[in-house]
Design a protein around this ligand. Structure first.
Ligand code: SAH
Length: 479
């Protein structure tokens, strides 16, 4: 390691910034945030300084700094982009015993100004040791997206309980365990979803359960999480957080491997979509299994394809949990219709083509489709059909029999949002034939309506999507 990472206390210290550039403004802003008294030297300041100039602790001196300006200075930042000024700054600052950093000039740097993720009081500083600053910046952006903006508030909120918890739980490892449960559990979830009062009372309840310095809690939780249509980039932050926290995951057939790879490595995996001899687990058995696991104190992740409440039987599972007093949370996701629409380049509504959109399932019992044809055949409407592939011929025929134009455009999107996605377009009279010819398989979703015409214009590069997909997986692993 070429540098020692430390966080300096510079409250009320003198900081000198040479330059009126944008970089200078950023240095000034950070120093002010950290409570320093800052003098900025330059005849002219850029617009980025405007919001900073009201701060009493900032002094603007409209000239280049001279040796006497450095007396008592703790840190001198050079950001004038002028070689002569940088050299003078370095000489004068060192003579006065200050630490020096000149932007992008390694030979004048005692230390590096890192890329910062600011979730005050949580601060994450990243550096590439001066080798590739752009990597540090990209990584910073990635980390920004992984940590909810309110995480800093959470740290402050929990910090308020520190003494109380330390007094009540004197055993060190119990205390750490308690903290982990709070930070990774329901208390934080409530706080982060905006319910500070709820988080407060829940934390107190949990503390009340502590007896003789030990925690007694042993009741698990179920997370009903939507995994989206396949591309891991489409997961929500909350989904990812819960995926990385669970003790056991129950997943079904539609959850892609790329997504399963993001579940905490040592979590137990149960495939409820596939039993030996190709049987699938019955709904009641899945719900019972979740209840049993939660009662053992486990954090159970129920991971479902798409959105859990869109043709996903999530409601039924939650009813069972609720009847058994198991606590749960539900995380919505991009449903297959949305994923197929965006990645297939077929908007579901468009001012010139469709003013409404309906989602139906064509998974009729015994092959019979029980659909409200009058509602489905409204003009200027898009119909999205889930689970319609096995009944495709019947479905398209019946549309026509009930009065739809045989030339009404229709599309099938197979494996929507995944690298192997395929889109077949046609119309009601030829879609089935085309799907057979292309050997289209499940999971596939059908879009019927004028909007399908837009596909040729709006489709976009699948290969590119594959790349960004791989990159994001690499970044996840990196983190
Ligand atoms: N809860 C899920 C839907 C479950 S029903 C959601 O919100 O998406 C299962 C049906 O969803 C499949 O038969 C198929 O029609 C559709 N589906 C799910 N994932 C898909 C994908 N990646 N591509 C195309 N269709 C998909």
């Amino acid at each position: 390691m070429d540098f020692l990472p430390i966080f300096l206390n510079i409250k009320n210290n003198k900081i000198l910034v040479d330059g009126g550039t944008m970089v200078a403004a950023r240095r000034v802003q950070r120093a002010l945030q950290a409570g320093a008294n800052v003098s900025v030297f330059d005849p002219e300041l850029s617009d980025e300084f405007l919001p900073l100039l009201d701060d009493d602790r900032l002094t603007h001196v409209a000239r280049v700094p001279v040796a006497s300006d450095y007396i008592g200075v703790k840190i001198a930042f050079g950001a004038s982009e002028n070689d002569g000024r940088d050299a003078a700054l370095f000489k004068n600052a060192k003579a006065a015993g200050a630490l020096v950093n000149v932007a992008d000039v390694a030979k004048y740097c005692d230390f590096i100004a890192p890329s910062v993720v600011d979730r005050d009081p949580l601060i994450i500083a990243i550096t590439s040791s001066g080798k590739t600053p752009v990597i540090a910046r990209i990584l910073r952006a990635r980390i920004e997206t992984l940590i909810p903006p309110s995480y800093g508030h959470l740290a402050s909120f929990l910090g308020g309980f520190r003494d109380k918890i330390a007094k009540k739980i004197n055993n060190l490892s119990s205390r750490r365990h308690f903290w982990e449960n709070i930070i990774e559990g329901e208390v934080s979830d409530r706080f982060l979803s905006g319910d500070e009062n709820g988080a407060h009372s829940l934390l107190n309840e949990k503390l009340d359960l502590v007896k003789n310095g030990n925690t007694l809690e042993k009741i698990g939780e179920v997370y009903l999480v939507g995994a989206g249509p396949g591309d891991p980039d489409l997961l929500t932050f909350r989904a990812l957080r819960l995926m990385q926290r669970c003790d056991v995951v129950l997943y079904d057939r539609l959850v892609s491997d790329d997504i399963l790879n993001l579940v905490r490595r040592d979590a137990e995996r149960i495939n409820v979509g596939k039993l030996p001899k190709n049987h699938t687990m019955q709904q009641e058995d899945i719900s019972q299994l979740m209840i049993d696991l939660a009662k053992q104190g486990k954090r159970v992740l129920r991971l479902k394809g798409g959105d859990p409440f869109m043709f996903g039987r999530g409601g039924e599972e939650i009813q069972m949990l609720s009847a058994n007093n198991i606590s749960f949370q539900i995380v919505p996701a991009i449903t297959a219709a949305m994923g197929a629409s965006a990645y297939g380049g077929i908007p579901l509504t468009h001012r010139d083509h469709a003013q409404s959109c309906v989602f139906i399932t064509a998974h009729g019992k015994d092959g019979a489709l029980e659909l409200d044809w009058k509602a489905l055949l409204r003009p200027s409407q898009t119909v999205v059909v889930y689970m319609g592939l096995s009944n495709l011929k019947k479905l398209t025929d019946e549309f026509v029999e009930h009065g739809a134009d045989p030339k009404l455009p229709a599309a099938i999107i197979e494996n929507a949002t995944r690298p192997e996605q395929r889109v077949i377009t046609g119309n009601l009279s030829d879609l089935n034939k085309k799907a057979k010819a292309a050997n289209i398989k499940s999971p596939s979703i059908i879009i019927i309506g004028d909007v399908v015409k837009l596909h040729s214009q709006l489709k976009w590069n699948v290969e590119k999507k594959g790349d960004s997909h791989k990159m994001s997986l690499q970044a996840q692993k990196l983190l």
